[in-house]
Design a protein around this ligand. Structure first.
Ligand code: GTP
Ligand code: MG
Length: 302
């Protein structure tokens, strides 16, 4: 039996649908998704099988012009994911087309090692008319020599099978890189922290402080088969703490309930989740916070 396996980096502007596509490919939620930009902060690997091919999807943070230290670390992680991958899939949004941000990414692609296979996935086709797609496809392919173009809806699943089949043929002959039943390569404590960050993002909308991070501080396996998970939500200001807690602690309570429910589903057992909010003015300048997120802490001005 000839097996194939490889890394497929999904890159694109923030909000393009990279994490939605990762989850759809894997068939489970391994990467958090929200309507907000800059949801994904680090590289997240999700594993999918297609015939004898193992496809390791590398979901990356969105690519944008970085300003702050955290932005820079996120963008560096995304390009790092792209340069390590066997195949790159650039996701763009059908209704937004070839934006300045997309053009900047195309420039960035020129700097990658030559001969790297790059496919284009025009996502969110459910939002446009079919005739608009042809013009966009043509324009994009004039700007960059894509190996193939796919039109997909990561959310609804259109075109995703064709993309998966193509990728399965393109990855190199290789033994599988992960056990057949593994779906993610991210420590459980981090997946758990991400779930809480997703619920906070969904709950807080425009109130959400950008300067917020969640860490799993303690994980205890209990004899009755349940897990006790303690997490800390770091914010930079007292005012943010109030926002996260909400009136009479209502916000954090509902976040905690939603996160716990999802964790229980993911783990298939009972979870006791305890959230604590801490003000830490400087967490965005602390190397330890970055390593907890799986990011590199880079020197230089914040
Ligand atoms: N209409 C439509 N919406 C989609 C589709 N795919 C993703 N979305 C939505 O687009 C938003 C962003 O999706 P994400 O998967 O979080 O995007 P991302 O590229 O991972 O974003 P960052 O992590 O911030 O870089 C969410 O609200 C998704 O539900 C699609 O095919 N059609
Ligand atoms: Mg994402």
């Amino acid at each position: 039996m000839t097996t194939r396996a490889g890394f497929i980096a999904l890159i694109g502007e923030p909000n393009a649908g990279k994490s939605t596509l990762t989850n759809r490919m894997v068939g489970a939620k391994v990467s958090i998704v929200t309507h907000k930009v800059q949801t994904t902060r680090t590289r997240i690997r999700g594993v999918a099988m297609e015939g004898e091919s193992q496809l390791v999807f590398v979901d990356t943070p969105g690519l944008f012009k970085p300003r702050r230290r955290l932005d820079r670390a996120m963008v560096a992680a995304a390009w790092g994911g792209a340069s390590d991958a066997d195949i790159i899939v650039l996701l763009i949004e059908a209704h937004r087309g070839m934006t300045d941000g997309v053009k900047r990414i195309l420039d960035g692609l020129q700097d990658l090692p030559r001969g790297r296979k790059v496919a284009l996935a025009i996502n969110k086709i459910d939002r446009v008319k079919a005739e608009d797609l042809l013009a966009l496809t043509q324009k994009m392919n004039e700007a960059y020599p894509f190996a193939e173009t796919f039109m997909i809806s990561a959310e609804r699943g259109h075109g995703v099978d064709a993309l998966r089949k193509w990728l399965a043929e393109q990855v190199p002959e290789s033994p599988w890189l992960y056990p057949e039943d593994q779906i993610a390569d991210l420590p459980m404590r981090m997946i758990a922290a991400e779930m809480t960050r997703e619920k906070l993002t969904l709950r807080l909308h425009q109130e959400l402080p950008y300067q917020l991070t969640v860490e799993t501080e303690h994980w205890e396996e209990r004899e009755d088969g349940s897990a006790r998970i303690d997490q800390i939500i770091y914010v930079t200001r007292d005012g943010h703490k109030g926002i996260v807690l909400g009136k009479k602690g209502e916000t954090i309570k509902s976040v905690s309930q939603a996160s716990r429910a999802e964790l229980e589903e993911f783990l298939g057992r009972k979870v006791h989740l305890f959230l604590q909010v801490k003000v830490r003015e400087n967490w965005l300048e602390e190397a330890e916070r970055y390593s907890e997120m799986g990011l590199e802490f880079k020197d230089g001005n914040a």
